[in-house]
Design a protein around this ligand. Structure first.
Ligand SMILES: [Zn+2]
Length: 45
């Protein structure tokens, strides 16, 4: 097996029902990733 370095290509952003930011990315080999960012909105400090 040859080593393969994934190249993450951004596929777009989305927002879940919980208000979290979701980032989709993929590689030409077919691998996919999903990053979820929590957006806190607790108001000013
Ligand atoms: Zn890959």
């Amino acid at each position: 097996m040859s080593e393969h370095v994934h190249v993450r290509i951004n596929q777009g952003l989305g927002v879940t029902e919980n208000g979290e930011l979701v980032e989709h990315s993929y590689c030409r080999c077919g691998a996919t990733w999903t990053k979820t960012y929590r957006i806190r909105e607790e108001g000013p400090e």
